[in-house]
Design a protein around this ligand. Structure first.
Ligand SMILES: [Zn+2]
Length: 470
């Protein structure tokens, strides 16, 4: 069989790996958007380096856009095979892809205005277009079959597969392909994105056993989580008391709509039910996060024991009297300038775009406030610039004084760090593991991770690199 890396190769986004079997079956693992470089977005995503109509099967590990975001375009360009994912991934993907299309349309409207201004005419030729339309999202849903974790899926005489829990976010899975070739069975594992161990809501990632090859994410390779002996509950409670009670300020928490928002709201609910949370309003302000939170609530069987026990005892994971959902943009604007001491959880996590940018803009210059960065921020994003500790930060072309306290915590991280990845590799190696291919990471960090792996060959493939696996 041949394995080719067409995305997330020596970079983080655009996950897409092609497996071609001797009997002719062609399988794609994930089909994510590559948004590593905004300028090259169209060039990197519009066309595929293979014929989509020749693919038989697409396996989707989880709903994040860097893994799922180009599937509707794959369909637009001829893919009509089967898509397999977990049931929560299918539900979340529907919302996330719609959201991704809305973001593309906003960008396109901006560019069209520029185009008309430049050309000074209302010509429609060469106008920027979105990668796909709503129709292709609907077609994706129609082509999908859901597979539960642990069930064996027989695709044809040369391929069967099964999922393992990956942690990370609701419904995320690692996938094992069992390939029958030349009378023997070879097993190849794809981690998808793995979760941090002991995360809120989601179970721990489960290592493979008895695999021959492993394709692994390496987002936090070479990095350790900030050591914090405190639990997530303690970190949040301390900041709510310090900022909202003692200083009468606002605690603003940028959080991705799927995953981190739910972990934070659940933790606040735990504090409330224990009678520890002060009488401070909590606002969740992201339409996508509100919809995703409902999907978490309805997929309890995919959550960890702590979440199940909490649900059993309190009847809900997320609903408690202090939690308010912000329904529309007007309310959101009002909240961003109000002086009520409160907690605001809003998207997106790296403070790039979305409603969080307005909350940060209107609150960053007040000493009483705190901005709590709860996850990885890529270089150059507003979250990253805030963390650099500068006195002024540019938001929407204006310099704003940074007077709020800027804090960072890794207690809500959605990826394993360097040591956790090494432990995962060790647990996955029962003697037969021949090679590990690292993807979904920066090359320098991958090299640090590879250097610490003992007794197994570790490779860092470049985009388009192929390997014969035998
Ligand atoms: Zn992910």
């Amino acid at each position: 069989m041949k394995l080719t890396f067409w995305g997330a190769a020596q970079q983080v986004t655009g996950s897409m790996h092609l497996v071609e079997l001797e009997g002719g079956t062609k399988i794609l693992i994930d089909c994510g958007l590559d948004y590593e470089n905004k300028k090259d977005f169209e060039q990197n995503n519009a066309k595929f380096p293979f014929d989509p109509s020749e693919l038989d099967l697409l396996i989707l590990t989880h709903s994040h856009i860097d893994h799922s975001g180009n599937i509707p375009n794959l369909i637009k360009q001829g893919f009509s095979g089967l898509i397999v994912c977990s049931p929560p991934t299918l539900e979340l993907s529907d919302y996330l892809l719609q959201d991704s299309l809305n973001i593309q349309m906003m960008e396109i409207r901006k560019r069209r205005k520029q185009y008309y201004r430049k050309k000074n005419k209302k010509s429609s030729s060469n106008l920027p277009q979105p990668l796909y339309t709503k129709k292709h999202i609907n077609e994706m849903i129609d082509l999908t079959t859901v597979l539960e974790i642990g069930e064996l899926f027989h695709f044809n005489d040369e391929l069967q597969l099964f999922f393992k829990p990956a942690g990370h976010i609701l419904g995320a899975v690692s996938v094992c392909l069992e390939v029958k070739e030349k009378g023997t069975v070879k097993r190849i594992g794809f981690t998808g994105d793995l979760g941090n161990f002991n995360s809120k809501l989601v179970p721990d990632p489960e290592p493979f056993s008895n695999i021959d090859y492993l394709v692994s994410e390496s987002t936090y390779g070479g990095r350790q989580h900030i050591t914090d002996s405190r639990k997530a509950e303690e970190v949040l409670l301390e900041e709510v008391i310090e900022t909202c009670v003692n200083k009468k300020g606002k605690l603003v928490i940028p959080a991705f709509s799927v995953g981190r928002t739910q972990a934070i709201l659940f933790t606040l609910n735990q504090l409330f039910q224990e009678g520890k949370l002060p009488n401070i309003n909590i606002y969740t302000d992201s339409p996508l996060a509100i919809r995703s939170t409902k999907i978490y609530q309805f997929n309890l069987s995919y959550l960890n024991d702590e979440a199940k026990q909490f649900q059993h005892k309190h009847g809900s994971l997320f609903s408690f009297p202090l939690l308010n959902t912000v329904e529309n943009e007007k309310e959101s604007e009002y909240l961003s300038v109000s002086t009520e001491p409160c907690v605001i959880v809003s998207a997106a996590g790296m403070v790039e775009g979305g409603r969080i940018q307005m909350h940060v803009r209107n609150n960053v210059s007040h000493e009483a406030n705190t901005i709590l960065i709860a996850g990885f921020c890529a270089e150059g994003t507003l979250g990253d610039r805030l963390l650099k500790g500068q006195d002024f930060v540019e938001i929407e072309r204006r310099q704003r004084a940074v007077k709020a306290k800027i804090l960072r915590t890794d207690v809500f991280s959605a990826h394993p760090d360097h040591n956790q990845l090494l432990n995962y590799f060790q647990a996955s190696n029962k003697g037969s593991l021949k090679q590990i291919y690292l993807v979904h990471g920066e090359l320098d960090q991958m090299k640090k991770l590879a250097a610490d792996v003992r007794n197994i060959e570790v490779l860092t493939p470049f985009k388009g690199q192929s390997f014969e696996l035998d």
